[in-house]
Design a protein. Structure first.
Length: 65
């Protein structure tokens, strides 16, 4: 298992829900803090690549910073 921290420009609680829903079945755990823009993700590197996680978030329209 690996844990990463990403930062994105988030606006409201629905941003959190969209990100969690998109990653829910692909990773072990997703924690989103809308106020700070922090997204903490625990995932199995043998099941999903970091680039896929980033692309999933970006495909939702969120800019990673």
């Amino acid at each position: 298992m690996k844990t990463i921290k990403l930062h994105a420009k988030l606006h409201c609680g629905s941003c959190e829900g969209k990100i969690k829903s998109a990653l829910d079945k692909k990773v072990e755990e997703v924690l989103v803090n809308v106020a700070s823009g922090l997204i903490k993700i625990k995932y199995d590197e043998s099941k999903i690549e970091l680039n896929t996680i980033k692309e999933t978030i970006q495909d939702l329209g969120y800019e990673l910073v």
